[in-house]
Design a protein around this ligand. Structure first.
Ligand SMILES: [Zn+2]
Ligand SMILES: [Zn+2]
Length: 296
């Protein structure tokens, strides 16, 4: 099971009810943070999630509403005796920008970390043991990356084989290996079936673009920015953001299962209008609040 928590849902300025953005994805031993706006560490404390549990941070782009919380979070992780290595991924310039942050304070790095700068011309795929992350550039005012978390397909043993074969051999079958039991060869094709991995796509600041569509294709869950309503289309174009309607149209085209909107402009007091607008083109939509949880 994959759990996604919206830690912040505001855009440029946080409001009384909405924090700067940050989305936590929890999967097995991984606690992956996508963006880290101001105050994200406190949002995690609200949920009693230990900061030292964070394993990786993916940065979409270096605008303050997506990154101002990084230094605070990392210094607090140091105070909490984080003893592992934090892996940070982001667009070109991430190494230099992080170094500037630490220089402004104590000039030393609070915790051990490794930064991977991604400069995808079209697509990059990061491969981990049980999932991959697909990265593509988006269309914003500064280099910006969109991310898709893709769980790898896995094999599940058919019930009739679970009863008759010893556990150690079942483990091998599950790893796609043929085994021999009572002088008989048993193949994974015969004893198991494949379960499709889930896909979660997280697309922060951007205009509608081809890579938005490619990254979100068939996603089980798409978390998308929607800063404006259609009535402010010209502002969305000017500031390189999305409208709710545009997000809905693309989610529909990409055959996404569920769309979650966030990064709302504070000009809108009634966020339900975002939902109404999307509903005309895409049904399964949620306008996120801070601390919403989604299980996929
Ligand atoms: Zn933003
Ligand atoms: Zn931005």
């Amino acid at each position: 099971m994959i759990e996604i928590i919206t830690l912040g849902t505001a855009c440029m300025q946080p409001t009384k009810d909405r924090n700067h953005v940050g989305t936590l994805l929890r999967y097995k031993n991984e606690n992956i943070l996508f963006d880290c706006g101001e105050n994200i560490q406190r949002q995690l404390r609200h949920l009693n999630i230990k900061l030292t549990k964070i394993t990786r941070i993916f940065i979409s782009h270096w605008h303050g509403d997506h990154t101002l919380g990084l230094a605070g979070l990392m210094y607090s992780m140091a105070s909490d005796q984080f003893a592992k290595k934090l892996f940070i991924y982001g667009p070109k310039g991430t190494k230099k920008n992080l170094a500037y942050l630490f220089k402004a304070f104590t000039n030393d790095t609070p915790i051990e970390h490794e930064v991977m700068e991604i400069d995808p011309k079209t697509k990059t795929v990061l491969d981990f043991a049980e999932f991959t992350i697909e990265v593509r550039p988006l269309d914003h005012r500064t280099p910006t990356l969109g991310y898709s978390f893709m769980e790898k397909d896995r094999l599940r043993i058919k019930p009739q084989y679970i009863k008759k074969i010893p556990g150690i051999l079942l483990g091998k079958l599950q790893k796609n290996k043929t085994v021999t039991y009572k002088n008989k060869k048993i193949t994974p094709q015969e004893a198991a079936y494949s379960i499709k991995g889930k896909k979660i796509t997280i697309l922060m600041d951007t205009r509608p673009c081809n890579n938005y569509l490619k990254l979100s294709q068939n996603a089980d869950l798409l978390i998308s920015e929607a800063t404006f309503l259609h009535e402010h289309q010209e502002k969305a174009e000017k500031y390189y953001h999305m409208t709710a309607k545009e997000a809905g149209l693309l989610a529909n085209q990409a055959e996404v299962k569920k769309l979650v909107l966030l990064h709302f402009s504070p000009r809108y007091k009634d966020i339900s209008k975002f939902r109404e607008e999307v509903k005309t083109v895409f049904q399964n939509v949620v306008c996120a609040e801070d601390f919403m949880k989604f299980k996929v």
